[in-house]
Design a binder for this molecule. Sequence first.
Ligand SMILES: Nc1ncnc2c1ncn2[C@@H]1O[C@H](COP(=O)(O)OP(=O)(O)O)[C@@H](O)[C@H]1O
Ligand SMILES: [Mg+2]
Length: 1078
Amino acid sequence: MAKMEVKTSLLDNMIGVGDMVLLEPLNEETVINNLKKRFDHNEIYTYIGSVVISVNPYRSLPIYSPEKVEDYRNRNFYELSPHIFALSDEAYRSLRDQDKDQCILITGESGAGKTEASKLVMSYVAAVCGKGAEVNQVKEQLLQSNPVLEAFGNAKTVRNDNSSRFGKYMDIEFDFKGDPLGGVISNYLLEKSRVVKQPRGERNFHVFYQLLSGASEELLNKLKLERDFSRYNYLSLDSAKVNGVDDAANFRTVRNAMQIVGFMDHEVESVLEVVAAVLKLGNIEFKPESRVNGLDESKIKDKNELKEICELTGIDQSVLERAFSFRTVEAKQEKVSTTLNVAQAYYARDALAKNLYSRLFSWLVNRINESIKAQTKVRKKVMGVLDIYGFEIFEDNSFEQFIINYCNEKLQQIFIELTLKEEQEEYIREDIEWTHIEYFNNAIICDLIENNTNGILAMLDEECLRPGTVTDETFLEKLNQVCATHQHFESRMSKCSRFLNDTSLPHSCFRIQHYAGKVLYQVEGFVDKNNDLLYRDLSQAMWKAGHALIKSLFPEGNPAKINLKRPPTAGSQFKASVATLMKNLQTKNPNYIRCIKPNDKKAAHIFNEGLVCHQVRYLGLLENVRVRRAGYAFRQAYEPCLERYKMLCKQTWPHWKGPARAGVEVLFNELEIPVEEYSFGRSKIFIRNPRTLFKLEDLRKQRLEDLATLIQKIYRGWKCRTHFLLMRKSQIVIAAWYRRYAQQKRYQQIKSSTLVIQSYIRGWKARKILRELKHQKRCEEAATTIAAYWHGTQVRREYRKFFRANAGKKIYEFTLQRIVQKYFLEMKNKVPSLSPIDKNWPSRPYLFLDSTHKELKRIFHLWRCKKYRDQFTDQQKLIYEEKLEASELFKDKKALYPSSVGQPFQGPYLEINKNPKYKKLKDAIEEKIIIAEVVNKINRANGKSTSRIFLLTNNNLLLADQKSGQIKSEVPLVDVTKVSMSSQNDGFFAVHLKEGSEAASKGDFLFSSDHLIEMATKLYRTTLSQTRQKLNIEISDEFLVQFRQDKVCVKFIQGNQKNGSVPTCKRKNNRLLEVAVP
Ligand SMILES: Nc1ncnc2c1ncn2[C@@H]1O[C@H](COP(=O)(O)OP(=O)(O)O)[C@@H](O)[C@H]1O
Ligand SMILES: [Mg+2]
C-alpha cells in the first residue's frame, strides 16, 4: 500500500525554532536559550540552514528506531523536525541522485558525540541503501570495522568513557545505484603517549583491559599474561573498571568483529601477541650500574620479563638486551656506540612500546582497508565521514593538544570557506544579489601554526634538526623571537613590548588564541615528541624478530636499507596529512554536524549554559547563523512555499492552476508584504527577515484555524442536517406507526366499553326478569308453605293422639331392624370359609344377638356341612355312615377309637375270590361278604390265640381255618346277642351268643383284631339291618364270657409292658382271664 504522503514542515510544532536562522532577535543568549529549550524537550538536533547541531543527550533516546529511519527516508530536509537522519538522507540522496561526492564533517570537543554521530550516519546509510547478500556483507564489514578500531584506538578519558584517541576519516564508496562497494579508512595521529602513561582518572587503550578480562586462561598462558591488571606498570589502576562497560564482553565483540571484517586466525593471534609484548615491555625495569670510566650505565633488573617478551616475539634476548643498554649513532662512515643511563633506558623502552603500538594500529587500519576495499574498478561515488578529535583544552596541554587543535583550526577554516562558498553559490544559482558578510576568518591562526617559513611547526622542525644542544627551552626562545608580534601568540618572554609585563603566563609556556579559545601549551616534550625518536638499535632488534608482524612493522631496521636521513618529524607528517585531507574535503559536497557537549559530568538532563556558551562561541555558530541569513534568512522552493501558504489568498486557495512561482507572487502581493522583504530566485523564494516568515506562519495558523472552523462549521451543518433528515424520516415512520397503534387501541377500547355496557344492560335486564321470577316463585312458595303449615297444623291437631303412643315402639323397632339388618349385612361379609372343620366365627357385635349369633353359627355350620356332604358319592356316603355309626358307638367310650378314625373301613381284607386257596370257602358262601379278615381267636382255656378267618355275611358270622379255609363255626346273626370290649386301647372283643342256640354250645367267642372298631360297627349295622334289633355293645374293663357251662371273667389291666405294645392274655384261674394292656 502506498504510504500516504503528509506534507509537513519543520515549522510544524516547533519547540523554540528548529532552524536558528529564524531566531529573532539573534544574539548569543537567544541561541543558547533556544538550544536549552529544545534540549529540555529532548530535541537534541537543531539546524542552522543545512548544518546540524547536535547536543549530546548522554542517554539513549527513542529517536533512532527503524520507524524513524522510514520517516526520514526520502523526505525533504525541512519537512520533518531536525534530525541527523535528515542530513544523512540529504547527503545520501544527493550522492545517489545528483552524482555528487559527499563528506560529512563532524566536529566538536571530546565527548560531544562525534563518534556516535558518525556511527548513526553510517547506520542510516546502511539501512536505506540497497540490499542483497553481497551488499549486506560489505555493509556489515564497514560497520564492524568500528568496534575493532575503537578497541585499539579509544580509551576512557575524563571527558569521555569511550574517547577516540585518533582521528578517523572514512570514505564509503558506492556504485551508481547507491549500493555500497567498500571503503577506505584514514587514521590521524594516534595519541600514542597514552600507551606508557595515562593522566589521572583515565585509562590506557581499551584493548589491554579487554584482553586481560576477556581472554581464556589458555590464551593468557599462551601470551604469558596474567589476568591481574595490577601486574602491569602501563595500566593505570585507579580507573581500570569503567561503569557500564563490560570489557570481557567487548573482547568477544571485537574478536567477532575482526572475524567479520576478515582477519585470519593467525593474524588475530599475532596482533594479540604484539599487544601482550607492549604490555610486558612496561614491566622491564632498570637499575643504575656505575662503570669505572665514570659513564652511567643501566642494567635490567629482572630479566624474566625480557625473556618472555623475546619468546613471544622471537627476538634474540641478547640483541634486545643490548639495544636497551647501548645507542649506536652512525654519521657518515662512523659508528659510535654509547651506553644508556637509567633514564635513557626507560626512554628507549617507552619509545619502543609507543612505536610498537602505534605501528600496530596503523597496520590494523591498513589491514581493514584491505578487507573493505571496493572489489570493482567501476566509477565510484564517495561519502566521506570525518570523525576527528575535537578541540581540547586541558590543564596541561602538550604537543598532542597542539596538533589536535591545529587540526580543528583547519577544519573550522574549511567550514567557513565552504559555508560561505555554498551560500554564495546558491545566490548565484538563484540569481540573487550577493551582499558581503562580516565574519571571523581563522586563516591567520592556521598561518601562525603551519606557515612554512615562520610557522610554529616549521620552527619546531628547524629546532629538532639543528645541530648542538636542543631543548624545549631553546625552542620556546625561538618562538618568542619569531612569533612575538603575532596577534594570536602570547608568551611571558615575548620581546614584544605588549606582552613584556605579562606575568599571567607561567614560564616555559606559550599561549595561542585559537578560534575556540585561548590555550596554554607547556613547551616541555615538544621536541622529543616531534622527533619521535626510536633508537636505531631498537628498530633493528625489532626487524630481527622471528615474529612476522613485528618484523614488518619496523622496515627501517633492515640494515640493507639503512637510511641516514632523518625520518620526517611527527609535526610535519601531520601537517602533510591534514593538508591532503583538506584537499580531499574541498572536492566534496560538505555536510556539517557540529556536536555540543551540554555538561562536563557525562550526565543526562544537565545543560550547563556557560559550557555551551563557550562551545557556541568557538564553533562560531552565531557567525554561522549570520552568514546564513546575511542576505536572506529563509529560502524555500516555490512549490512547498505555495503549498504551505496558499490558503492565505483567495486566488490560490484551494487550487492554483498556473506555475508555482506566479502563485507565490500573487500570494505575496495579496498579503502586501513589502517588496524589500523578499526576492524571487530561480527556484526559490528568499525571505529577508525571519519576522516576515513568522508573520506568514502566524497568518497561516490563523487561517488554518479559520479554515478549521469553516470545515468544522460545514461539517457540523452537514452532520446536523443529515441527522435532522434522518430524525424527520424516523419521526414520520414512528408517527405513522404510533397513530395506527393509537387508533387500534382506541377502537379496542370503544369495543370493549361497548361490550361492557352491553353486558351490563343485558345483565341488568336478566337480573330484573330473574328478580321478577324469583319474586313470583317466592310468592308461590310462600303460599305453598303457608298451606303446608296450615295443613300440618291441622293434621297434627288431628293425629296428635296417635303420634305420641306409638312413637317409641316404632323407633325401637325401626332401630332394631336397622341394627339387625346391619348385622346381617356385616355377617354376610364376615362368614368364614366353607371348610367344615374351620372353627372361626366372627365375634358377636351385640349382646342381645347372642342366641341369634350362635344359631346363625350353627345353621351356617350345618349348611356348610350339608354342602360338604353333597359332594360325596354313594360309596363315600356309606363309608361316612359307617364311620358315623362307629363314632356314635365308640367315641369317648373306647380308647382305641381315635386311632381308627383315620383308617378307612375296607371290610373284605382277605380277597377270597382271588385266592385259589379259599376257593372251597368261597363256594360255600353264597351271600355277600361284608367282612373277611384274619383275627386271633383266644383259647378260653389257656388264653393262647389261633388265627381264624373271620367272615361276616348278611346273615351269618363265619369262622374258617386260615390255612385250609375250612369253616369251623357258623353263627347266624340272630344268635349274636352282645359284643363286649374293654374301654382301653386294645383289640379284644367278645361275641356273646344267644343261650341255648346251636352255636352257643361251645360258648362265646373271644377275639382280638386289628380292626376291632370296624368289625364291631359292621356287625352292629348288619345285625340292625337284618334283625331290626340293635346289637348290644358293652364296653367295660371286666365282663363275663360264657365258657361251656362256666362263666369266665375277662379282666383288663393296665401296665405290664413285657411284650412291648402287644396286649397279652393269660388265664389266671378258672374264672379269670387277664388281659394286660400296655
Ligand atoms: N546521540 C546520542 N545519543 C545518546 N548518547 C550519546 C549520543 N551521542 C553521544 N552520546 C554519549 O556520549 C558519549 C560520548 O560520545 P562520543 O561520540 O564518543 O564523543 P566524541 O567522539 O565526540 O568524543 C557516548 O559514549 C555516549 O554515551
Ligand atoms: Mg570520538
